[in-house]
Ligand binder design. Structure first.
Ligand SMILES: NC(=O)C1=CN([C@@H]2O[C@H](COP(=O)(O)OP(=O)(O)OC[C@H]3O[C@@H](n4cnc5c(N)ncnc54)[C@H](OP(=O)(O)O)[C@@H]3O)[C@@H](O)[C@H]2O)C=CC1
Ligand SMILES: O=C(O)C1=N[C@H](C(=O)O)C[C@H](O)C1
Length: 267
């Protein structure tokens, strides 16, 4: 039985994960972590997602419940809080699955350091479709490199999203940079921009309504255009991936993993 903690448990992703994991016979949800300002710190998770049997407490202090968990799934919309959680997990040799996006370079560096002590799955997108998209983008960029194709990345998300561009779009950009050698990233365009250089990748973040998450990578040349698109219509796809990652990472050696590892897409 996997003893699961969920951080950001009252958020859009946290609630979705709690709902799915509470129906999983191999998982016992033992704690929810929330912000110190959360109004529900005195409640159980079950009271808030309408599952009376789920009596796990909600706390803002992971160290109070660290003995009760094997793996923490972290979707807190607070990057520094995620780092704080990792330090507590590392002291107790517990594993982590991080879905939170928007980390700065120095924060990613600290995650890498901590992953020398504990196993961590870090993935900006836990869906099988987007992880396949990463592989398709890699392949397309490799084939089309130096063949006259301009590359643009477009993402759209709901109006509540706090970081831009999305973590998924930034991972796509990393793949494109690696495969093409292009270093210059242009975030949106405005004014008299001049002609487009072939040595840049454009990135556009759209926000509106309840869009769960759309990503398109466009390869455009003179006479033809390829568009690779993924559209999420339910957060369940991310939650299922996060739960699969938690089961997978529990007994892994210390290291930094991603969903490509969890899903075996490199094989
Ligand atoms: N990897 C993936 O597949 C996916 C990643 N994401 C990412 O996950 C993150 C969360 O998304 P979403 O659920 O939509 O966001 P929400 O804002 O709905 O949820 C985030 C939750 O984290 C809470 N929180 C804030 N500070 C802390 C803290 N110190 N400790 C614990 N919890 C805290 C928030 O509380 P409060 O509201 O009080 O601040 C909120 O309840 C984002 O970074 C998003 O980009 C989203 C979907 C899929
Ligand atoms: O905030 C979201 O909602 C999402 N965030 C992730 C990201 O930033 O890539 C993944 C998904 O697209 C939903």
């Amino acid at each position: 039985m996997l003893r699961l903690g969920i951080s950001g448990v009252m958020g859009r992703m946290g609630r979705t994960i709690a709902n799915l994991a509470s129906n999983d016979p191999d998982i016992s949800i033992t704690a929810g972590i929330e912000s110190p300002d959360c109004a529900h710190l005195h409640n159980t998770i079950g009271e808030l997602i309408n599952k009376k049997d789920l009596t796990a407490p909600i706390t803002s202090d992971l160290s109070q419940v660290i003995d009760q968990i094997d793996v923490l799934i972290d979707f807190a919309a607070n990057q520094e809080a995620v780092l704080g959680h990792l330090r507590i997990l590392a002291a107790d040799k517990k594993a982590a699955v991080i879905g939170t996006t928007g980390f700065l370079d120095y924060q990613l560096q600290e995650i890498k350091e901590i992953s020398k002590e504990i196993p961590i799955v870090l993935a900006p997108n836990m869906s099988i479709g987007v992880n396949l998209l990463f592989k398709l983008v890699e392949k397309a960029a490799r084939v089309l490199k130096d063949k006259g194709f301009d590359i643009e990345v477009v993402e759209m998300h709901h109006r509540y999203k706090k970081d831009a561009p999305s973590g998924t779009a930034m991972k796509i950009v990393d793949i494109l940079k690696r495969e093409t050698g292009i270093e210059k990233i242009v975030y949106g365009r405005e004014g008299i921009t001049g002609e487009r250089s072939s040595k840049e990748i454009g990135v556009f973040a759209l926000r509106g309504g309840d869009v769960v998450g759309d990503h398109t990578v466009i390869f455009a040349s003179m006479g033809e255009r390829i568009e690779l698109t993924h559209k999420a219509s339910s957060r369940d796809i991310f939650a299922k991936g996060a739960i699969e990652a938690a089961k997978w990472v529990k007994d892994k050696p210390a290291g930094l993993y991603d969903m490509i590892d969890v899903l075996g897409l490199n094989e």
